[in-house]
Design a binder for this molecule. Sequence first.
Ligand SMILES: N[C@@H](CCC(=O)N[C@@H](CS)C(=O)NCC(=O)O)C(=O)O
Length: 220
Amino acid sequence: MSKVKYFYDLMSQPSRALWIALQMSKTSYEDCPVALRKLENRSEKFKKINRFQKVPCIVDGDFHLGESVAILRYLSDKGHIDGQLYPKDLQSRAQVDEFLEWQHLNLRLPCSTYFLKVGLYPMMGLAEVPTVEKLTELQNEMENNLKLVENVWLKHKDFLTGNKLTAADLFGACEIEQTKICKYNVSDKFPKISDWLSKVRQESNPFYDSGHKFVNKLAK
Ligand SMILES: N[C@@H](CCC(=O)N[C@@H](CS)C(=O)NCC(=O)O)C(=O)O
């Protein structure tokens, strides 16, 4: 039986979260890196792999699937994801799902908008460095949601959905880590998030560090 093909770029937050989950789960897959910086995802060839031309995505035989969370659930149902990361127990899994649904608009959107507009686009010469007013607006939007992570999700818990690391933590951490490329230091205002990031790293290493190699290099 042929292996699932995993298309990803480690500079993409959801790609990285899934990549770490795959390594932790000791999943055997066909490695298919896609260099977004070289616009490899914009080719006609890649359009045939994922009609939305985004990463991550998978191909399993004739079956094509995009969207990181859908991929996580599909691979979990196929037995490819460790049961602690995406639990089988109905309520534990629903709590992980609750975060995975929440994060799209509340963590991914503000953190990735901040990363793109403050970091990547000016770095690539695609946009001006934002004005102080715009920077404050983008930062406030992100921090309003980081406050919810600090005070709600991490209230009385070591990890986002309980006392064990799950895929929710990997997805959340990968979004927040990306902001350090913009010299944003989450520990300045959010001590619980900072402690939690250290725990996520500790529980998922060495894969967390290898997955973040390029992010850490750019953040220097
Ligand atoms: N909701 C999607 C988001 C996928 C996404 O936005 N991927 C970005 C990288 S983080 C991408 O492929 N961008 C390339 C492009 O838009 O050209 C998921 O969770 O998989």
